[in-house]
Design a protein around this ligand. Sequence first.
Ligand SMILES: [Zn+2]
Length: 153
Amino acid sequence: MAQAFICNGMLGKLCKLMRMCGFDTAYTNEGMRIIVTARHQRRIILTKNTRLKEKDGVLFIQSADPIKQLGEVVNAYDLKQRLQPFTRCLVCNHALKPVSKEAVKHHIPFYTYQNFDIFARCTGCNKIYWQGSHYTHMVHALAGYFNHPDTDE
Ligand SMILES: [Zn+2]
């Protein structure tokens, strides 16, 4: 079974990067109650909170840099082969579902319609994503960082 994670308030950027890679990652600002939520939802806690450091099911994040933080998680749980970019909403963590260009035509800027071909919609908040140049650069950067051989970009 794929691991699921939960980040606390100090790790917002890491949370977005995790979702960008396709890892199921919740986010909370509820302080120490994160322990209850994580246990209930069977998630591994990612945190920089030293009060949580010695608890079970916690990965204490060392680095201040979000990309390096992501590297810590990937290494700790051997996620290199599990990278699935463009499958999860960066805002709400729900799964993305591929949609046709025509289906989203009236919900995206005309420029986007003209210039991009691969679209997906969030099954939670309905946000529409497209594989634009920024996204491609980001995935390249991440793939390079992990030296991941199977990334089909
Ligand atoms: Zn969403």
